[in-house]
Design a protein around this ligand. Structure first.
Ligand SMILES: Nc1ncnc2c1ncn2[C@@H]1O[C@H](COP(=O)(O)OP(=O)(O)OP(=O)(O)O)[C@@H](O)[C@H]1O
Length: 333
């Protein structure tokens, strides 16, 4: 398959006062044409910085990257023509009417005025913005502006689409709608898609490949299924009516399944083990023989959050703050 994105030792540092933050460190990434890749990581992991370097919004400190065959430093115009980018910030101008903003954006990508109008109307309709078409951008709600940004990123049906947390601020219906647009670009145009998201279910549903980043480095890179199989087991959650029963249950589970991760708090026991669903019956039989009766038993398949927890010791669901700054001025930085 043809290469769409290639980075070698891509690194970006930020200097604030005397402090240096290495946001992205020695990133070697290869993404083939047509791949759908999600970058997953906690706040501050370096996801947005990576995307902003690949979209020419930010210059790398060291290392190199090519996007659609063009160097992100020496051939910025060609890179920009080849991509669609939906950043975290609002890119639309405030005083323009929403529809005009979209049409102009289409023309800037080389569509004729007629093509841009047709496409803009289609996108407005399917993103539920038809009624707001003639409104000035500054009068749109947060969610409507987010949808306008998305329309601007999709207007030229790009062969390579970067999305930085595209679903943030969208209601479930518009989130589903966006996923449809992405899948449509993919299937109809064979587009390559690189996205960052905090919605683990979204990454799981959309991406065939997940690149997990932490502290500016790649810590895992595989399909969602392989990541779960390699890094997280099923989870068996049990509760008991007394702390004594919980304690004995935890001990018996550890003895019978040495490879399992068993944690126990007061009346609850959590067992994480590969193939966990297959051992539940045996475990309950053992408890029955020992006179221990659980109050509740739940078995859950691993999630990407379990994968992340096992790789980094932290949960992706931990508190989130917005650190992103999306300006073209930083290209010069
Ligand atoms: N313009 C900047 N100046 C200084 N530090 C920055 C700048 N942009 C990013 N950083 C720092 O670089 C690190 C990586 O930030 P980045 O925004 O790439 O993370 P992220 O993985 O996208 O996080 P989030 O999930 O919160 O969007 C963070 O420590 C952040 O504070």
């Amino acid at each position: 398959m043809d290469t769409m994105i290639e980075t070698r030792g891509l690194t970006r540092e930020f200097h604030t006062g005397k402090k240096t933050v290495t946001a992205v460190k020695d990133l070697d990434l290869h993404i083939a044409q047509g791949e759908m890749v999600a970058l997953l990581g906690p706040n501050g992991a370096g996801k947005s910085t990576t995307l902003r370097m690949l979209t020419t919004l930010l210059a790398p400190t060291t290392g190199s990257a090519t996007v659609a065959g063009h160097d992100v430093v020496t051939d910025q115009r060609a890179v920009r023509r080849a991509i669609g980018y939906i950043g975290q910030g609002n890119s639309a101008a405030h005083a323009q009417r929403a529809i005009d903003e979209l049409v102009v954006s289409g023309q800037s990508y080389g569509l004729s005025r007629t093509q841009a109008r047709t496409r803009a109307a289609e996108l407005m309709e399917s993103l539920g913005l038809s009624e707001q078409a003639k409104q000035k951008v500054m009068t749109l709600s947060g969610g409507q502006r987010r949808r306008l940004d998305i329309a601007m990123g999709l207007i030229h049906a790009p062969g390579l689409l970067f999305l930085d947390e595209p679903s943030t601020g969208l209601d479930p219906q518009n989130r589903a709608n966006l996923q449809e647009h992405i899948l449509d670009l993919r299937h109809r145009h064979g587009a390559t898609v690189v996205l960052t998201t905090h919605y683990l279910d979204e990454a799981d549903a959309l991406a065939e490949r997940i690149v997990v980043v932490d502290n500016g480095r790649v810590v895992a890179d595989d399909t969602p299924a392989a990541l779960k199989a390699d890094h997280a087991g099923d989870r068996i959650a049990l509760t008991f009516s007394s702390p004594g029963d919980a304690s004995r249950a935890a001990e018996r589970a550890s003895a019978a399944h040495p490879a399992a991760q068993v944690t126990h708090t007061s009346r609850a026991v959590d067992i994480q083990v590969a193939g966990g669903s297959g051992i539940v019956a045996g475990l309950l039989g053992d408890y029955a023989q020992a006179g221990i009766t659980p109050s509740t038993v739940e078995v859950a398949r691993p999630t990407l959050d379990d994968v992340f927890l096992s790789l980094t010791g932290r949960s992706l669901r931990e508190g989130r703050t917005d650190t992103s700054i999306d300006t073209l001025e930083e290209v010069a930085a």
